[in-house]
Ligand binder design. Structure first.
Ligand code: ADP
Ligand code: FBP
Length: 315
């Protein structure tokens, strides 16, 4: 079973708009609502493959009830932690030319009792977990070392940990040796404090994250593909996508693909790339099913294209 922990889930509202004009009334041409938050999306993608997954998440207020309903409709097993504050709503504005603007709200502040209940729920659910994916930003009330503490506790109980977060929460948790971390290019650059212009720059940064404690680094590089750096070696994977519809949740879908394929080595990287490529062909944060995957379009190589310039360099 793959357990996911999303301390700050969301109701994701995506509006399709012709274009963004600041200060004007913009009439949306389409709208959709999805249960969101990075671990929630990992659970949705794992469940789409038929594997068992449980999502642990605080839920509160009317948006929280809506998230619970939407997850129920999708058949996702949830271990909810009731909280007094309302679950946040995150807004994505998708322009006709493909540009996506996202507004991520801070979310409710968790009380001491809610924080304890969240930890206790993770502890109870982690008994049958092969992997625990700890994902997303931390809500107010959880200190930056919250993930570090969770990694230390769950490692002691024998589960493997995948971590997808950023900033101080990522840096603190690295010290507890998570089994894999999944930064995107911006998060990787922020963690090492350097710009990334080439695949080689990303490889060096991923190696540095391993020196800081990560056992493996699955770095997602947007349209350029993904990189896996671990004690078994380093590989680069990519897949060409002709029409990108939405990249919301593409990283989450990739992490799910990586975990369901065993969570290490080139086969898991190929699965991560296939899931990322499939996710961007789908609207909003719709997660791919096996029928959406095109494994034949994926290339994985140990011959790293170090000099290749990133399509979207991080400055
Ligand atoms: N424009 C794109 N074209 C093709 N694949 C993409 C594109 N954007 C994302 N992907 C796929 O989805 C993965 C995750 O996207 P990325 O933007 O790196 O992560 P995140 O969603 O975490 O920011 C990429 O590594 C790639 O495999
Ligand atoms: O916890 P954060 O960093 O605010 O991110 C939450 C948001 O990210 C998502 O999980 C999507 O993630 P990505 O587009 O980065 O893959 C949304 O569902 C959610 O609104």
């Amino acid at each position: 079973m793959i357990l996911t922990v999303t301390p700050n889930p969301s109701l994701d509202r995506t509006y399709e708009v012709p274009s963004l004009d600041r200060g004007e009334v913009i009439r949306a041409t389409g709208e959709r609502m999805d249960p969101g938050g990075k671990g929630v999306n990992v659970s949705r993608a794992v469940a789409a493959t038929g594997q068992r997954t449980v999502a642990v998440l605080p839920l509160g207020g009317a948006p929280g009830a809506l998230v619970a309903d939407l997850l129920d409709q999708q058949g996702i097993e949830v271990a909810p932690v009731p909280v007094a504050g309302a679950t946040r709503s995150n807004i994505a504005l998708a322009e006709a030319d493909g540009v996506l603007t996202k507004i991520n709200a801070p979310g409710p502040e968790l009380t001491d009792a809610e924080r304890e209940l969240l930890l206790e729920t993770v502890r109870q659910q982690s008994r049958d977990a092969s992997w625990i994916a700890c994902c997303g930003s931390l809500p107010r009330g959880l200190a930056p070392d919250w993930y570090a503490d969770l990694v230390a506790r769950t490692h002691a109980a024998g589960a493997r940990i995948a971590l997808d977060t950023s900033g101080p929460a990522l840096l603190a948790a690295l010290r507890e040796r998570p089994d894999v971390v999944k930064p995107n290019a911006e998060e990787l650059s922020e963690a090492v404090g350097r710009p990334l212009a080439t695949v080689g720059d990303a490889v060096k940064a991923a190696e540095e994250l391993r020196e800081m404690g990560a056992r493996a680094v699955l770095a997602s590089l947007g349209a350029d593909g993904q990189l896996l750096v671990s004690d078994r070696g380093a590989w680069f994977g990519s897949a060409r996508v002709d029409a990108v519809r939405s990249n919301v949740g593409a990283g989450d879908s990739s992490l799910a693909g990586f975990l369901i394929a065993g969570g290490s080595g080139p086969e898991a990287l190929a699965s991560a790339v296939a899931h990322g490529a499939a996710a961007v062909r789908l609207p909003g944060s719709v997660m791919p099913t096996p029928a959406d995957l095109d494994p034949a379009a994926v290339t994985v190589t140990a011959d790293l294209p170090a000099d290749r310039a990133l399509t979207e360099p991080v400055s």
